[in-house]
Ligand binder design. Structure first.
Ligand code: ACO
Length: 328
């Protein structure tokens, strides 16, 4: 029997209305619009209010994806919420989203792979659909990273934004669908980007909170090099596995971490810069939400047509990285 491929049947995105501009940051830390723009490409990012939380955006993005996929939530067999900023520790944000959507027959859970979370989820869903374990899967990347950002640390607070993106996956028609996926991690680099406190190793106390141990700490310039190398390498790998050439790719969506990282990966891969999507100026780095938000924007803007080869690549804390090649 021929193997069933999985395809993305519908996408959606959502983010807070609140916007934090570079000018706002200039008033908070010693930085400048000029530094942020030239070093990262970011002009502004969405920021959740105190009353907004991760599943709120995840549910909104998911509803759009479900509507576009024209499926009933009850037919979703797998619901993966990729996040490193869950609503709470227990239950999973995935289960909270499931209840809101009425996807009561899904196995729902959270997946922590930082910025690579969506590609990790897409890889899992692809395999579950291919093996016939589920017919429809909902893969979400959702973050309210601003809760873990130290707004006195200029090296991190300029980077991150809040939001969610979602994709409904299901059996592909014809020769469309996910052609290849690859995911990797290397925990030896764990402390390049981490939040030391707030878990079981350093439990949350008023002291750890006042020391800011729950905030992200990052060695940005070291991660920069690993990010470029791993996103380029994994892209080459999925292209090779699918028997495709970089010149055939019609749309490349890298994780939106830094415009300079995107430019360096583009030049390493030797793809035409005009096929590379970037929305970093208006979203910043939304971690696991970055790839699905960008994908939904591309679909909405008509940047992808049936039969086009779409390449996705991501890199994040852990460190983790992944790639996927999809025939749209
Ligand atoms: N404004 C002004 N100056 C600043 C700022 C700022 N916001 N931030 C840092 N600087 C200063 C530094 O103090 C340093 O000054 P010094 O030379 O006097 O010591 C100088 O600028 C250069 O600092 P670098 O850290 O070397 O700057 P770099 O060009 O590397 O840019 C950045 C920093 C933007 C963080 C970059 O390294 C980066 O994007 N790294 C990758 C981040 C990433 O991919 N993370 C993983 C994914 S995220 C996830 O998984 C959730």
């Amino acid at each position: 029997m021929a193997e069933v491929r999985s395809a993305i049947l519908g996408t959606g995105r959502a983010y807070p209305e609140g916007i934090l501009t570079n000018a706002d940051l200039e008033r908070m830390v010693e930085t400048s619009d000029e530094w942020i723009t030239t070093r990262t490409g970011i002009k502004e990012r969405h920021r959740a209010s105190e009353s907004e939380y991760t599943s709120l955006f995840a549910v909104e993005a998911s509803r759009k994806a479900i509507e576009r996929a024209r499926i009933d939530p009850i037919d979703i067999g797998l619901l993966i919420c990729a996040t490193v900023s869950p609503d709470q520790i227990l239950p999973s944000t995935g289960c909270l989203i499931q209840a809101e959507l009425g996807a009561h027959k899904a196995a729902a859970f959270d997946l922590a792979a930082a910025c690579s979370g969506f590609l990790y989820g897409l890889t899992m869903a692809d395999k579950m659909i291919k093996t016939g374990q589920v017919r429809y899967a909902l893969v979400i990347g959702a973050e309210v990273l601003s809760r873990y950002v130290d707004f006195t640390d200029r090296s991190t607070c300029i980077l991150f934004g809040d939001g969610a993106g979602a994709a409904v996956m299901g059996p592909a028609e014809g020769d469309r669908g996910v052609l290849a996926t690859r995911i990797y991690s290397d925990g030896r680099y764990a402390e390049q980007l981490y939040s030391p406190g707030g878990g079981t190793r350093i439990k949350p106390t008023s002291e750890t909170l006042s020391q800011g141990l729950h905030y992200f700490k990052m060695k940005g310039n070291e991660l920069f090099k690993i990010a470029v190398r791993s996103m380029a390498d994994v892209s080459v790998e999925v292209l090779k596995e699918a028997g495709c050439r970089a010149e055939e790719v019609k749309l490349f969506i890298p994780h939106q971490a830094n415009q300079r990282i995107t430019d360096a990966v583009t030049s390493r891969l030797d793809v035409d810069p005009s096929i590379v999507y970037s929305n970093i100026a208006y979203h910043g780095n939304t971690s696991s939400a970055s790839v699905p938000i960008a994908l939904d924007e591309c679909v909405e803007q008509g940047k992808v047509s049936e039969g086009d080869l779409v390449l996705l690549a991501s890199f994040g804390g852990g460190v983790t990285w992944g790639g996927a090649l999809i025939k749209w």
